[in-house]
Design a protein around this ligand. Sequence first.
Ligand SMILES: Cc1cc2nc3c(=O)[nH]c(=O)nc-3n(C[C@H](O)[C@H](O)[C@H](O)COP(=O)(O)OP(=O)(O)OC[C@H]3O[C@@H](n4cnc5c(N)ncnc54)[C@H](O)[C@@H]3O)c2cc1C
Ligand SMILES: NC(=O)C1=CN([C@@H]2O[C@H](COP(=O)(O)OP(=O)(O)OC[C@H]3O[C@@H](n4cnc5c(N)ncnc54)[C@H](OP(=O)(O)O)[C@@H]3O)[C@@H](O)[C@H]2O)C=CC1
Ligand SMILES: CC(C)=CCC[C@@H](C)[C@H]1CC[C@H]2C3=C(CC[C@]12C)[C@@]1(C)CC[C@H](O)C[C@@H]1CC3
Length: 427
Amino acid sequence: MCTARPGWQTVSFRRPAYKSTMYNLEVNLVDILNIDVKKQIVKVEPLVTMGQLTATLIPLGWSIPVVPEIDDLTVGGLVMGTGVETTSHKYGLFQHTCLAYELVLCDGSVVRCSKDENSELFYSVPWSYGTLGILTSVEIRLVPAKKYVKLKYEPVKGLDNLVKKFEDASKGNNEFVEAILYNEDEAVLMTGCQTDDCDRSKLNPVGLWYKPWFFLHVKTFLNGKLSGVEYIPLRDYYHRHTRSLFWEIQDIIPFGNNSIFRLLLGWLMPPKISLLKLTQTEAIKKLYENNHVIQDMLVPIEKLEDSVKLFKETVNIFPIWLCPFLLPPNPGMVHPKQMQNAELYVDVGVYGVPAVKNFKPKESTRKLEEYVRKVHGFQMLYADTYMSREEFRAMFDHTLYDKLRFNMKCHQAFPEVYDKVSKQARI
Ligand SMILES: Cc1cc2nc3c(=O)[nH]c(=O)nc-3n(C[C@H](O)[C@H](O)[C@H](O)COP(=O)(O)OP(=O)(O)OC[C@H]3O[C@@H](n4cnc5c(N)ncnc54)[C@H](O)[C@@H]3O)c2cc1C
Ligand SMILES: NC(=O)C1=CN([C@@H]2O[C@H](COP(=O)(O)OP(=O)(O)OC[C@H]3O[C@@H](n4cnc5c(N)ncnc54)[C@H](OP(=O)(O)O)[C@@H]3O)[C@@H](O)[C@H]2O)C=CC1
Ligand SMILES: CC(C)=CCC[C@@H](C)[C@H]1CC[C@H]2C3=C(CC[C@]12C)[C@@]1(C)CC[C@H](O)C[C@@H]1CC3
């Protein structure tokens, strides 16, 4: 069994081939169920999107701790997969901000799980891609929301310098930390905190339709010798990469950042990811398959410099997105090597056309995957993975997952994660 949500509707990069061979379960649960400000918990159904959630919560003065930036990402997809954002160095991944899940198991029973109730199931749900049960609701922590993010842009020269500053910023008191690396030697580090006060001369609602693409706006700070500060309305900040799909939109609508186009037609942007997927021709699919890389590798922060160098050597794609996150020593598929303390990791996100000669999608990606496994890192699974089943099991700890699948007789109902995310399972 799998959910009946068609592949073209999802944000995940490819379309799942298994949807046509498995029994499809309709899970059309799209509502925010309850906002309990006393307990500071919001209860939502799995198809609630990030855009829907921030539009509802922010006017009430609340938010969730980790808001992955693309509007159409769903709570179900982020729990069953993973979600990372610029607050993750403080709160962890999306799943670490969830307090409880309700699932329908393969025997038809409904269970609630949290760290104190059915805790093994609670810790096994993240990264399980719907292979332990069907998610029907999620309770997420609420945090107070302020009106603006006071964001500091700091141009940084030299990779070693950036790595040091990035690590310091992630360990400091910043609420938001992110860096965009424009080439091996130049980056802009962004750090910020929420505030209700605003210096109106520095107000920048980056989400307005006529505003430049965010990554290009950030790039303008590379030329300044001094750091810049701006006040960005909170919701504009959360969804700052939505309009340009990070930098992927420049390959789809190359004239999209032209100021006249923005002024007249910017409100049409971005095309829905689902529309792009639905209308994708075989030729475009092949193009993305053979001459494009979309990968997020999660590595321990001390491996950041080496990782950037390896990405440069293997695919040579810039910009690179850097987002730090805290990985707590919880049981489950993804945890630090030593289970004593939480460890700081970084998401190295690479999206674009490789600038190396003779790029070979399989070989190049496998080289990156091998490195990530070696340093006890993890690959995000919404995009392509070329790992074999054994390699996949070496990267993700299956101990608890296997135990639960055996106890709950999941084999008769759901495939293994690998059979949903591997290259063979996706078209
Ligand atoms: C991808 C996506 C994005 C969304 N984004 C937003 C957003 O940005 N903002 C927002 O506010 N909402 C958003 N929603 C939620 C959506 O607007 C609500 O779920 C809305 O209720 C859907 O309306 P519908 O007309 O499709 O109703 P349906 O889905 O058909 O029904 C909604 C509920 O009402 C019940 N119902 C329908 N008719 C009757 C009846 N005659 N008597 C009794 N019960 C009935 C149904 O059983 C169901 O429980 C989003 C949903 C999706 C899937
Ligand atoms: N900033 C970030 O962190 C970003 C994250 N992403 C990635 O995008 C993906 C999310 O995309 P989205 O379109 O929301 O999700 P998808 O529809 O792609 O779902 C992802 C997985 O979750 C499973 N799933 C979803 N809902 C349920 C449910 N109710 N019960 C059981 N299983 C369920 C799906 O199972 P099935 O196949 O059966 O439908 C699928 O395997 C995540 O993997 C995330 O890592 C992408 C961009 C940015
Ligand atoms: C921040 C993290 C962790 C990931 C960001 C990933 C995004 C850049 C990609 C997620 C889904 C991707 C898709 C495309 C571009 C890159 C993403 C937005 C396309 C729109 C590219 C054009 C294709 O025809 C359809 C793709 C759908 C998914």
